[in-house]
Design a protein around this ligand. Structure first.
Ligand SMILES: Nc1ncnc2c1ncn2[C@@H]1O[C@H](COP(=O)(O)OP(=O)(O)OP(=O)(O)O)[C@@H](O)[C@H]1O
Ligand SMILES: [Mg+2]
Length: 311
């Protein structure tokens, strides 16, 4: 299903800042002036090293945090300020999150069916028990599990199966946007591909959009329509997956891409991993202006930097 970039975005993030005051004299600027859009049915991959602010962005967008500054518009509704009961309800159903570690996020004392049905229970999204059971059964099948799994407990599942439960739990609310924070990072590589393929199939069927947060660029490349590169809380570069991989402009993006091993041994033997040291790079992210390259490709840098990198 091709993404319609003329449609209204499902999510617009504008100038998002998320600061944490950790002591009386120290504030962590986890997210600094980040702007991006996600369109209906699109997968937007967010990449960057540990501590770059990926999870914080996900958590600010779903309003686990109060944004320090900036605007978040979801499904045409501004959700950045104080949330009315109505807005909160819409947000809690139409936006869902899948977490990295399903064992930690699934209540060990609850049966899988009740874990999956929790959102339905909270929002009274069924007429009677039979309908509830029916919905849980259907969603279990959709994620490749069996209806009889509903009566089992989380520890009776493998890591990959547990992640399917996490997906089912998000999916049962029929969300327009799913935030997947490192949702496959803890799985074996072979299982990662299965879960990613399942997510792709579900997207085809339901038209949900994903904010896909990950370290692993090869998986991000495979699933994302567009990618945003994050470093030290700044979004440095964003563009279509093809553009980012074929024509990375920011030196940090280049260093990220150069770290991916090549499957071809001849190419791998000659691969040169580029180092990127922010401290010695002389780049000041705060001075950045936005440069537009090839339509939808943004790079944040100063004019001199841009000239130097694109020469
Ligand atoms: N609640 C918080 N209070 C204080 N500092 C925080 C809080 N949450 C995150 N941070 C800090 O903000 C920065 C970004 O953290 P974040 O978890 O968003 O990074 P990440 O890109 O998700 O990293 P990882 O890849 O390791 O998951 C880090 O320096 C982190 O220590
Ligand atoms: Mg994280």
């Amino acid at each position: 299903m091709a993404v319609d970039y003329n449609a209204a975005p499902i999510l617009t993030v504008e100038g998002l800042k998320q600061y944490f005051k950790v002591s009386s004299s120290y504030t962590v600027k986890a997210v600094e002036n980040v702007s991006f859009k996600i369109y209906p049915g699109e997968t937007y991959g967010l990449v960057g090293e540990s501590g770059s602010g990926k999870s914080t962005i996900g958590r600010s967008v779903i309003r686990l945090y109060d944004p320090t500054a900036g605007k978040i518009v979801f499904n045409g509704v501004d959700i950045s300020g104080k949330l009315s009961k109505e807005k909160n309800n819409a947000l809690r159903t139409q936006m869902q999150m899948i977490f990295q570690d399903p064992m930690a996020s699934l209540n060990p004392r609850k049966k899988i069916g009740d874990i999956i049905g929790e959102g339905l229970d909270i929002h009274h999204a069924y007429k009677n028990n039979a309908e509830r059971e029916e919905k849980i059964k259907a969603i279990l099948e959709k994620v490749g599990l069996a209806p009889e799994h509903a009566t089992r407990y989380p520890h009776q599942f493998s890591g990959g199966q547990r992640q399917r439960v996490g997906i089912a739990r998000a999916l049962i609310m029929n969300p327009r946007l799913i935030i997947a924070d490192e949702c496959i990072s803890a799985l074996d590589v072979s299982i990662q591909a299965q879960v990613v393929n399942l997510m792709k199939d579900i997207q085809e069927e339901t038209g949900t959009a994903y904010l896909f947060i990950a370290h692993d660029l090869s998986m991000v490349k495979y699933i994302s329509d567009r990618i945003g590169v994050l470093h030290l809380g700044h979004l440095l570069e964003t563009g279509t997956t093809e553009e980012i991989f074929a024509n990375p402009i920011h030196p940090y993006t280049r260093s990220l891409l150069s770290a991916i091993p090549a499957p071809n041994p001849v190419v791998e033997k000659n691969r040169i991993a580029l180092a990127y040291d922010y401290k010695t790079s002389g780049i000041d992210y705060n001075k950045g202006t936005e440069h537009l390259v090839a339509g939808t490709h943004f790079v944040k840098c100063t004019d001199e930097e841009f000239d130097k990198w694109t020469k």
